[in-house]
Write a protein that binds this ligand. Structure first.
Ligand code: HMG
Ligand code: MG
Length: 299
């Protein structure tokens, strides 16, 4: 049945802004994160400690993180692709990190410049070192439901990568539908397959992109399976610069609207969140694609 409470893992400042063509000033990013916290979001992915040439949009991670790390009561996970990224994050006092694997060979190459198995070998000591430092570790798995180059992705392949990340010590997983091709039956099948392989539902989060308009339906299918961690991006910002045809993530406002209707508590103030996304849309120079933002926006 449906969970009583859902933790929203807000990714707008990372997954959203990593894809913007124009650089967003660091102070605007910090203000965005503060406003998201003020709207009641309690897990706000702040940035990535990746190579600045690969993702120039987040090259200011060293400046940004200290500007928001003092926010009380908010978890601020950051992405780390390797040892260098983890060292940079831990040096600034990060308490939560995320490694990001791929369920497919082609995307491991495109996103991490490594084969799938090489990337897992890179993550293994990173996860161990993060756990030794008492950090919480999330393991993303991209292309769980389809890959722009390889097409359909066999369920066994996704399960293998998820199992590998769990065996390394990742505290939670996030199943990425990087290009937004999943449908609810597929979501149900993958969750059932993971459970059968010994991965319990309570360590699984879902990460949907809305390319085909399925993100909310997919989320509902995951909730019915008992998933209670859902990734979403304020205003529906997002995409991935290394995955063609990835559009914005599920919009946090659309998610909150549905959860509110289902009587599921999130602690988010929808009015404040819409105001934040509208403000951010002003900085980015285009309206939010979120239907809920458009419906509730007064500007
Ligand atoms: P590489 O070029 O193979 O790196 O990139 P390398 O290990 O060969 O090192 C080359 C140089 O880069 C070295 O410097 C390293 O020190 C430096 P040199 O010795 O030549 O002077 N370097 C770094 N510098 C700063 N920070 C680092 C770092 N690492 C190496 N962390 C690498 C490999 C993984 C670094 C690169 O491919 C990379 O940064 N990729 C990141 C791609 C990315 O951020 N993608 C978006 C996030 S994933 C996503 O959006 C999907 C998700 O939302 C879920 C979904 O939707 O599916 C999570
Ligand atoms: Mg993503």
């Amino acid at each position: 049945g449906l969970p009583a409470r859902v933790r929203i893992h807000e990714v707008g400042a990372r997954d959203g802004l990593q894809n913007e063509k124009t650089a967003v000033p660091t102070e605007v990013k910090a203000e965005f994160i503060r406003r998201l916290a003020d709207a009641g979001l309690t897990t706000i992915e702040a940035t990535s400690f990746v190579h600045p040439k690969w993702v120039p949009q987040l090259a200011d991670a060293e400046q940004l993180f200290p500007m928001v790390s003092g926010l009380g009561g908010v978890r601020l996970p950051v992405l780390v692709p390797n040892r260098r990224g983890l060292d940079r994050a831990l040096a600034l006092g990060a308490r939560e990190v995320a490694v990001f694997a791929s369920a497919t060979e082609t995307f491991a190459r495109a996103n991490l410049n490594r084969t799938l198995d090489e990337s897992l070998s890179v993550f293994e000591p990173v996860v161990r070192q993060a756990k030794d430092a008492d950090a919480h570790v999330r393991g993303y798995v991209s292309m769980c439901f389809g890959d722009p180059w390889e097409g359909a992705v066999p369920l066994d392949q996704v399960v293998r990568v998820c199992r590998a990340l769990r065996d390394m010590g990742c505290d939670e997983l996030s199943l990425g539908d990087t290009i937004g091709v999943a449908t609810p039956g597929h979501v149900r099948a993958l969750l059932t397959g993971l459970n059968a392989a010994g991965v319990p539902t309570d360590v699984i989060g879902v990460h949907f992109h809305d390319t085909y308009g399925q993100a909310l339906a997919n989320t509902h299918a995951a909730l019915l399976h008992g998933v209670s961690t859902v990734d979403a991006s304020a205003g529906g910002l997002g995409g991935c610069p290394y995955a063609k045809s990835a559009t914005g993530n599920l919009a946090t406002e659309d998610l909150v609207w549905m959860l509110r209707g289902l009587g599921i508590d999130t602690g988010v103030d929808l009015g404040r969140l819409v105001a934040t996304s509208t403000w951010m849309a002003g900085h980015l120079g285009r309206p939010s694609p979120s239907r809920t933002v458009r419906a509730l926006s007064h500007e």
